[in-house]
Design a protein around this ligand. Sequence first.
Ligand SMILES: [Zn+2]
Ligand SMILES: [Zn+2]
Length: 92
Amino acid sequence: MRTYSEGRVCAEPDCTTVLSVYNPSPRCALHQRQAVLVHFHRLGSAEVERHCHQCGEPFVTANPRRKYCSARCRSHAFAAREKAMRRARHAA
Ligand SMILES: [Zn+2]
Ligand SMILES: [Zn+2]
């Protein structure tokens, strides 16, 4: 069985638990479990930071399909697209 270096302590700040040489993780059993729980919690809330396609400002949203930071930016982008379409039709 593979063993890990002796005398390692938990990677969590303020934790002085010495890790077992059979423990492959950088944390003690207690903190290992907490790290996993925090990870699950983040997945559940699914809030992501995105950049507005119109003004480039960062914003946080739980909707992965949202492209704009505000209704104002959305209507700006919509108007710009309309204008571009009209121009394209004109050129044709
Ligand atoms: Zn610990
Ligand atoms: Zn914006």
